[in-house]
Design a protein around this ligand. Structure first.
Ligand code: ADP
Length: 234
C-alpha cells in the first residue's frame, strides 16, 4: 500500500543537512501506524512526501500502486483523493456549519446535492457528531472540532488517513475521543498514519510504532512490544 525505498529529502541543497535520510518503510493496507520522534525529526516531511506537497530528493515512493516518479502534476488531485489528511489545528471553515464543512469536500468534486445530503450524515455518525450538523465550529469543543476535520477527511472514502498531531491541542479526554474515532475508521478498512508526541497514547494504543530521529528511521516496532523505549533496529 505504502512503500518508501531509500527516500531522502534535503530542503536546502547548500547545506549537508537532510530532513530525511534513506528511509525504508512498508505499510500494508489497513495497518495503523504511529509515527513518533522529537520535534524536527522529519515526521511532517515524511507525511508531506506522501501527500506530494513535497518531492523527495532521491528514493522511490509508491502509494496504492502509484509510482510518484511517474506521477504528473495533473494527476496529483487524483492521488489526494486516496489520502485524507487531518492536522493539529483543524483548519475548519469557521463561518460554515458542521454539515457545510464536511459537504464542501464533496461539492468540490462535483457530487450532487442529493448525494451529499445522503453521505454527510453517515460520516457524522461515524465520528459521533450527529445532532451537531447546524453548529458552527466556534460552538464546538476542541475534540468535536477535530472530529469534524476527520469527517471531512474521510467523506470521500480515502484509502489512507494521515493524522498529523491530531490530539496536539486537546485535553486527554478529547484526545482519546479522537483516537477512538481513528481506530474505528481503521477497523472499517482505512490505513491510518498517526503522528503524536503523547507517549500515553502510543503505549496504550499497542500499534506498530515507527520512530524517526534526526531524519533517520531509528526503530520500527510491531504492536504490543512497545513500552515507550526507543530500541534501535539493527
Ligand atoms: P517534525 O515534523 O518531526 O517536527 P519536520 O519534518 O517538520 O520535523 O522537519 C525536519 C527538518 O526539516 C527540520 O530540520 C526542519 O527545520 C526542516 N524543514 C522542514 N520543512 C522545511 C522547509 N519547508 N524548508 C526548509 N527546511 C525545512
Amino acid at each position: 500500500m505504502i512503500l518508501l525505498d531509500r527516500v531522502s529529502k534535503q530542503y536546502d541543497k547548500k547545506t549537508n543537512k537532510a530532513a530525511l535520510e534513506r528511509i525504508n518503510l512498508h505499510v500494508e493496507a489497513k495497518e495503523f501506524v504511529v509515527i513518533v520522534g522529537p520535534s524536527g525529526a522529519g515526521k511532517s516531511t515524511l507525511l508531506k512526501l506522501l501527500t506530494r506537497e513535497e518531492k523527495p530528493t532521491s528514493g522511490k515512493i509508491i502509494v496504492g500502486g502509484i509510482d510518484y516518479e511517474k506521477l504528473r502534476d495533473k494527476d496529483v488531485p487524483y492521488l489526494r483523493r486516496k489520502i485524507g489528511v487531518v492536522f493539529q489545528d483543524f483548519k475548519l471553515l469557521e463561518t460554515r456549519t458542521v454539515f457545510e464543512n464536511v459537504a464542501f469536500a464533496l461539492e468540490i468534486v462535483g457530487m450532487s446535492g442529493k448525494e451529499i445530503r445522503h453521505t454527510v450524515p453517515k460520516v457524522l455518525d461515524i465520528v459521533g457528531l450527529r445532532g451537531k450538523e447546524n453548529n458552527l465550529p466556534p460552538e464546538l469543543s476542541g475534540g468535536e472540532r477535530q472530529r469534524v476535520a476527520i469527517a471531512r477527511a474521510i467523506v470521500r472514502q480515502p484509502k489512507i488517513l494521515i493524522a498529523d498531531e491530531p490530539t496536539g491541542n486537546l485535553d486527554p479526554k478529547h484526545a482519546w475521543d479522537v483516537i477512538r474515532v481513528l481506530e474505528k475508521i481503521n477497523q472499517y478498512g482505512t490505513t491510518v498514519l498517526l503522528t503524536t508526541h503523547n507517549t500515553e497514547i502510543v503505549n496504550k494504543l499497542k500499534r506498530r510504532v515507527v520512530t524517526i530521529q534526526g531524519g533517520k528511521l531509528s526503530s520500527d516496532k510491531a504492536r504490543s512490544d512497545y513500552h515507550g523505549k526507543q530500541a534501535v533496529v539493527r
